[in-house]
Design a protein around this ligand. Structure first.
Ligand code: NOJ
Length: 540
């Protein structure tokens, strides 16, 4: 059944933008981005046509995992600003008719969080059970074989109280015990704190990790493990993640959000599609958007991508709204995965598929992963893993705003080096260049924001072969659009298989074809993509 237009909510129709606050804009010359810096750049985000910003953590933190190790959930780290700055940010975002989504990290705290300091202070501390403490196994071995994402065992021995505690990530990031009702209530109060301050939603960190097997059974070996993979992948995390009980927690979070008006939550979940979609809940009572990361790992060829889209579309429950992601702060950037030319095609894909797109800051100007000399590596994943190429620093470098020494990001020394291309590739230079990738992003967002078919129309696959993928977006009564993308570097013919189509090319990876009529067959250059506004008779 086709939904009525007015049923669509802001997080379904709008485009989300992820800001990694350390790297977006520094306002005080310490080389680290901050909240006043974000405020300075809000007009740019508005100009881009975005609906919402999701900001990675800016809470007080020892920064062992750059903000994902939180020592106080209801304050702002002084390197990022103050609560007053935050309130101003919310006000200014709302004044621009945009929304703000915060990062919520409920799975683990910092080991410096007062909850953990209390918990580890003695076995009979009232907060002992807020974390996952276990006696040693035989010969003082860890309680089971679980591995930490950042390397080594996931159990840390505590000399003072003679027990191990569990940490899915760094030992400085102990996991909370979500089986304890007090933990739940404490985290729900954190949510209330921010919602009451006007926050419109949360991106929930590692949602699928939140609760673990009650019996803490050993994880089985992964037969597909290869030596170049992260050590964590030696085992299949069947008992340490994605437990049935997690859905109860997600439901509780959802009902809390539903008690406020127009709020939403995104779940960070790396799972195969059939498991991922279970996080929508049984009756639209789960997370609004379980992040769909399939484009982060899909092999970049037309048939695999087409298959992935079909698989995803087919797996969604009736009430499940799709979403798409090309990059984030944990993964190599799209430009570095598929190349600068293909990243333009990828932009069209991201912004014309059915569902909410999330853009990672800097992707809109084609920022690429920046080589970081080993002595300058910050990321614990880069420092701890045998494969140094697993560092996430290269995808977290400062935003390139202009051609000044530090790209307009800071007047001081940036915390992470800036790409040497920044004097050429930056927002300022691309704003006036009609061949820039920024122009494509802006026009795509503009088009999406104004065309119901692109905002919430059906997705109709038209064709796919080794090179090309083509689909139509259609919402009855409004203009329909045909999207044809050449995912290869070689020229490729496209002709619709079933019935001829006609219209006008209104957007392309380069402006050269724009305005030209499209009639049934087209021969695209390598790395070329087009959006065709179909003639009126295609509306029905
Ligand atoms: C997922 C976050 O995206 C990542 O950056 C972080 O390292 C882990 N969660 C641990 O919090």
């Amino acid at each position: 059944m086709v939904q009525q237009k007015q049923d669509y909510l802001w997080w379904q129709t709008g485009v989300i933008y992820q800001i990694y606050p350390r790297s977006f804009q520094d306002s005080n010359g310490d080389g680290i981005g901050d909240i006043p810096g974000i405020i300075q750049r809000l007009d740019y985000l508005k100009w881009l046509g975005l609906k919402a910003v999701w900001i990675s953590p800016f809470y007080p933190s020892p920064m062992k995992d750059f903000g994902y190790d939180i020592s106080d959930y209801t304050a702002i780290d002084s390197i990022f600003g103050t609560l007053e700055d935050f309130d101003q940010l919310v006000r200014e975002i709302h004044q621009r008719n945009m929304k703000i989504i915060l990062d919520l990290v409920p799975n683990h705290t910092s080991d410096q969080h007062p909850w953990f300091l209390e918990s580890r202070s003695s076995r009979d501390n009232p907060k002992r059970d807020w974390y996952i403490w276990q006696d040693a196994g035989e010969d003082n071995a860890p309680p089971n074989n679980w591995l930490a994402m950042f390397g080594g065992t996931a159990w840390e021995w505590d000399e003072a109280t003679n027990q191990y505690y569990y940490h899915a990530f760094l030992k400085e990031q102990p996991d909370l015990n979500w089986r304890n009702p007090e933990v739940r209530e404490a985290m729900y109060n954190v949510m209330r704190f921010w919602l009451d301050r006007g926050v419109d939603g949360f991106r929930v960190d590692v949602m699928w990790h939140m609760i673990k097997d009650k019996l803490l059974r050993d994880n089985p070996p992964n037969d597909e493990y290869l030596p170049h993979m992260a050590t964590y992948e030696q085992l299949l995390p069947v008992y340490s993640t994605d437990q049935p009980e997690v859905h109860e927690i997600v439901r509780e979070m959802r009902s809390l959000l539903d008690s406020y008006e127009d709020r939403m939550m995104i779940g960070e979940i790396y799972l195969p599609i059939h498991k991922l979609v279970s996080y929508y809940g049984n009756d639209n009572d789960g997370t609004h958007l379980p992040f769909n990361f399939m484009l982060l790992s899909a092999t970049w060829d037309a048939s695999s991508i087409a298959r992935s889209i079909d698989e995803y579309e087919g797996a969604l429950p009736m009430y499940g709204w799709p979403n798409w992601v090309l990059s984030n702060h944990d993964q190599p950037r799209i430009t570095s995965r598929v190349g600068i030319q293909q990243s333009r095609v990828a932009a069209i894909l991201l912004l014309t598929l059915r569902g909410t797109p999330t853009i990672y800051y800097g992707d809109e100007i084609g920022m690429r992963d920046v080589p970081i000399p080993f002595a300058e590596v910050h990321d614990p994943q880069g420092l701890n893993m045998p494969d140094k190429n697993l560092s996430r620093d290269p995808a977290r470098t400062p935003m390139q705003w202009d051609n000044s020494k530090y790209a307009g990001f800071t007047s001081g020394k940036p915390w992470l080096r800036i790409d040497k291309s920044s004097h050429r590739e930056n927002v300022e230079s691309q704003k006036t260049n009609e061949y820039s990738i920024l122009r494509i992003y802006r026009r795509l967002i503009e088009l999406r924001n104004s065309e119901p078919s692109l905002m919430y129309g059906n997705y109709i696959p038209v064709a796919s072969d080794k090179q090309v993928i083509a689909y139509v977006r259609k919402y009855e009564g409004y203009p329909s659009f045909l999207v044809v993308l050449n995912l290869s570097h070689r020229p490729a013919y496209f002709k619709p298989v079933h019935k001829p189509m006609s219209g006008t090319i209104i957007l392309g990876t380069v402006p050269d074809l724009e305005g030209q009529p499209y009639q049934d067959m087209i021969n695209l250059s390598g790395d070329e993509g087009i959006v065709v506004k179909l003639d009126d008779h295609h509306r029905q």
